[in-house]
Design a protein. Structure first.
Length: 306
């Protein structure tokens, strides 16, 4: 009997050897969430194996907003005269898994390396809280940072960036469009999208994104698993084509109002092509965007820095 995470023969030679070794040592026996009966306690286990320990920063403090919470990481040292730049971050986990602790390592690395305040959003999760609750929490977090960030966090509200990984990348991309539509609009300076979900109408057939079919045997995030996440977050099929569920489908003119972007995709991820498509749509709108493809890597590699 094969183990739950056995690597498919068609993918082994395409994988980065270091990842393949780690996978066979630490991931191969892990059960797949979409094959288990749903139980919220699943969230108590690590979302992705292999992350590093958090780095020391100046201060870590949690705040409770109306519907969600945030964790704020402040750099060491003296605050700049005009305040710290701030990065609002959304963790991954298919809108279903993860919590405020999921990306502590990434957040402390950003805080320390970029010398910025990082606001990690503990948004509400599906299936208990399906779309659009996570989007509403993203907007509330941004408005809180914009309105309260200078006096409470010591930030410069002229330098707000957003970002996220996977489903969190989806929320970050959506938030850039939402920010431009608020009255008054909240200006953002940057978006960092890591293996983002940008099209919740994509199918395992590879239409319109070939990577869904090309990488159907990829480890960790198979089409079946991604569709399971989609059903938890977007149980009503008609909502999947709305731009605040699938930001790639936002109207062309909306893209002209969002900030410059850096987008990371991985070669062996089913989400690769929709991430690339999002970057290309930004470029067509005249928005600077860099798209980086990591060769030989599957979906979760960005969080495996341990």
């Amino acid at each position: 009997m094969s183990k739950p995470g056995t690597l498919h023969s068609s993918i082994i030679l395409r994988l980065d050897p270091e990842y393949a070794t780690f996978h066979n040592e630490h991931i191969i026996n892990l059960p797949q969430v979409h094959e288990l009966p749903w139980d919220p306690s699943i969230r108590n286990t690590p979302t992705i194996a292999g992350s590093s320990a958090p780095l020391p920063v100046g201060r870590v403090k949690d705040y409770h907003l109306t519907r969600c919470g945030v964790r704020v990481f402040t750099p060491e040292g003296s605050r700049p005269e005009r305040g710290w730049p701030v990065f609002i971050f959304f963790h991954g986990g298919g809108w279903t898994l993860g919590n405020i602790n999921t990306e502590n390592a990434f957040c402390t690395n950003m805080c320390k390396g970029a010398k910025c305040v990082v606001v990690s959003v503990d948004y509400r999760l599906a299936p208990e809280n399906p779309y659009p609750e996570a989007v509403e929490d993203a907007v509330e977090a941004l408005q809180w940072v914009w309105g309260q960030g200078a006096p409470m966090l010591g930030i410069d509200t002229r330098r707000i960036a957003v970002g996220g990984a996977s489903s969190g990348g989806n929320l970050a991309a959506v938030l850039t469009h939402k920010a431009a539509q608020l009255y008054p609009p909240i200006p953002l300076v940057f978006q960092l999208l890591i293996v983002p979900v940008t099209d919740n109408t994509a199918s395992a057939s590879g239409v319109p994104h070939a990577s869904w079919h090309e990488n159907k045997h990829t480890p960790w995030l198979s089409p079946e698993k991604m569709l399971w996440y989609r059903r938890q977050y977007l149980p009503q099929e008609p909502t999947r084509a709305r731009w605040d569920a699938s930001p790639l489908l936002a109207q062309d003119e909306m893209f002209r109002r969002v900030p410059k972007a850096w987008i990371a995709v991985t070669e062996l991820d089913i989400l690769r092509d929709e991430g690339i498509a999002y970057g290309k749509k930004l470029l067509r709108a005249g928005v600077p965007a860099e798209i980086k493809t990591y060769k030989g890597a599957p979906h979760p590699i960005m969080a495996m820095d341990g």
